[in-house]
Design a protein around this ligand. Structure first.
Ligand SMILES: [Zn+2]
Length: 116
């Protein structure tokens, strides 16, 4: 297990978690993720800690509302999501995680376009 830290762009939202070293990223082709161009990873929720300034954490849902996409009310950056499809896990925006180079990761595609 490795410890990771992450934050939004302005720093109003910080988070940390423990997970296996991140070697792969997931890109989702659903209507929301495709527009954001985000790369994510699933991480265990039991050690996921969130430290957000009051009023900073907003969430967005669409469609069947099975996923809550959290973003910063100040800088607009999406930090992580919670999805009923993956109970007990967080879907983390790897672009927000310190020490992870999303441009160097191997990528897999999740077919959210047809599954969400
Ligand atoms: Zn922010």
């Amino acid at each position: 297990m490795q410890s990771f830290k992450g934050s939004c762009h302005c720093g109003a939202i910080h988070f940390s978690f423990e997970a296996e070293p991140i070697a792969k990223g997931i890109r989702c082709n659903c209507s929301f993720c495709a527009k954001r161009g985000v790369m994510v990873s699933l991480v265990p929720g039991d050690k996921f800690k969130i430290d957000a300034q009051e009023g900073a954490l907003n969430s967005y849902q669409f469609g069947k509302k099975q996923t809550k996409h959290y973003f910063c009310a100040h800088c607009g950056i999406h930090t992580y999501s919670e999805a009923t499809r993956w109970p007990g896990q967080y879907v983390v925006n790897l672009g927000c995680v310190e020490g992870v180079d999303t441009f160097a990761l191997e990528t897999t595609v999740f077919d959210g376009k047809h599954l969400i």
